[in-house]
Design a protein around this ligand. Structure first.
Ligand code: FEO
Length: 165
């Protein structure tokens, strides 16, 4: 069994994860349109991971006999700035996701639901990793200082090297 409050919170989180997927795909489209296929590849891998996160919550609802309800996914922005500005957005977005996961965790504690707490441990670890990845990329972007050759190097030899998990 799952409390109605937790079922609602997890359904909202499914929507946030699918929105994350859509947001990163929109960023991929921006990079693809601006001759940065390596950045685009990184975003496509991330979009795929986010879809997986949404599905992980979806499957959890099935496992505990709760109904998934899929709401409309908001439209992500179309226009974006520099790679540094984009990764500032990504980092802020992931910090928001971390806060959202932490809120569900606090709710699971309040509802005395250890199975949901346990399930969320995976996501808490995942958020540590995602925020670190974003900070690492921001550090590298800070080194390039928007220099075109530096950006192209990161595109080909760093972000473009990302493999799907
Ligand atoms: Fe699903 Fe980027 O956390």
């Amino acid at each position: 069994m799952l409390s109605e409050k937790l079922r609602k919170a997890i359904n909202e989180q499914i929507n946030k994860e699918f929105y994350s997927s859509y947001l990163y795909l929109a960023m991929a489209a921006h990079f693809d349109a601006n001759a940065l296929p390596g950045f685009a590849k990184w975003m496509k891998v991330q979009a795929s991971e986010e879809w997986g996160h949404g599905m992980k919550f979806y499957e959890y609802l099935q496992e505990v006999g709760a109904r998934a309800e899929l709401a409309a996914i908001p439209q992500p922005p179309v226009q974006y700035g520099s790679p540094k500005e984009i990764f500032d957005l990504v980092y802020a977005h992931e910090q928001g996701v971390t806060a959202s996961i932490n809120e569900i965790y606090a709710l699971a504690q309040a509802e005395k639901d250890p199975k949901t707490e346990l399930m969320l441990h995976w996501f808490i670890n995942e958020q540590i990793e995602e925020e670190k990845n974003d900070r690492d990329i921001l550090d590298k972007l800070a080194m390039t200082g928007n220099n075109a050759f530096g950006i192209m190097f990161l595109d080909q030899h760093v972000l473009g090297e990302r493999k799907a998990d």
